[in-house]
Design a protein around this ligand. Sequence first.
Ligand code: NAP
Length: 466
Amino acid sequence: MKMLINGSLLDKEDKLDVRNPYDNSIIDAVPRGNIQDVKYAILSAYHTKKIMASLSSRKISQLLYEIHRELTGKLDEFAKLMTQETGKPIKDSRLEMERSADTLLLSAEESKRIYGETVPLDAGLAGENTIGFTLRVPVGVVSAITPFNYPVNSALHKIAPAIAAKNTVVIKPSSKAPLSSLKLAELMDSHLPDGAVNCLTGRGDVVGDEMVKNNLVDKVSFTGSVAAGLSISKKASMKNLTLELGGNDPLIVLEDADIDDAVNAAIKGSYSVAGQVCIAVKRIILDNSVADDFIEKLVKSTSKLRMGNPLDDKTDIGPLIDANAALNVEKLVNDALKNGAELLFGGKRDGAFYTPTVIDQVNPKMQVVKDETFGPVAPLIRVDGIDEALNMANNTQYGLQAGVFTRSIKNAKKAIETIQAGTVLINKSTFRTDNMPFGGFKMSGIGKEGVKYAVENMTRVKLVIL
Ligand code: NAP
């Protein structure tokens, strides 16, 4: 596929191969963009921002509804391409595409709800005989950089609210899975003014770097790892910045939990998309009084999962994004086992595949739970009582989501008050709707996405005084 700049497709001799993680075959190649390409795309977006700002909110909303209609007719086509480039099981790709359509619908609706407010200036000193009100105006040019694991919906969480707020966008998807994002950008471009949505391909440290530093860019919206997020935050200067970064989410099972519910949540949370989800369950914190019961059921349910060809409807777990990612998970699990953890299930790698794995007797010093492990691993940490459980949950540099299983309102209240995370879930985990405020505390990021909240961050407040 080709890059999209100013409404035209652009190819280059120099290319990056895109591989199918299932069999490592090359499925396509994309241009390796350079700094000149980035400057051209940003200039196009810069020139188009006046056109976008001149469109009525009604028109913008109609355009987003049109895009939603076209995408809705192509969900399967997109899902198949996404599975080929990411290795994500087809049922999960279909789910992502349904959510992507919803993100567009929510954005079409939100574009008609961008309100300012009146300001009672005469309540302040010297404010007599004035009328004040605020307008929410577009930020301008948005640089959007996205990861491999949700290539369409994470792109839409940036592009659709940006367009809803009358901005223009330059997006760079992950080099590992750029195809479905390119296809999305082409689809959106066919409904919008040239230059409103541009899509670049190429390396993060070249193309992404210039997208962050360029002075014509007004906002940087990044989703990806903490390492890249930190580097971006240093280079973004005074630009408006949203960072959606990694997580190390705990699932806490207290003595009064419904164990079956907690096990189901752990299965979904630890193994969906082979554990490559920012809000995956990455630490299971178990009260000793229920640990054995939970573990027996968890191992039994884990053993029933089907690993295989991600295009097969029955597959629960596909490959990781590449063999290096699987090697890294293998290394972290083996390191934990060397340091006293106990393997209860799995622990095997074959190329980019890593079996769903349960390890017991994990302690917080082990690397497998110290940092984000992006793979299908359920590390079990045993504790005594709610206080130790909550301390353990907070013992991380991350703070994206946390799930707590308890039947007691008192325990739930204590968890809600104590846990340092952007979302606390009671009797649920790994949960997102596309309209909720989504984003973490601590090293998990800055700002919120979720259509209404992204629109807020993609506008700025202008005060008018009469
Ligand atoms: P990544 O390696 O950080 O890459 C993400 C994107 O950033 C890619 O497009 C990458 O380009 C680009 N990039 C890399 N270095 C850059 C730099 N120095 N400057 C500008 N751009 C740069 O992350 P990933 O492995 O694709 O995705 C997994 C991570 O994303 C996990 O940590 C996961 O938790 C996080 N994530 C967070 C959320 C959330 O909403 N909080 C959602 C999904 C994923 P190249 O591919 O060309 O290197």
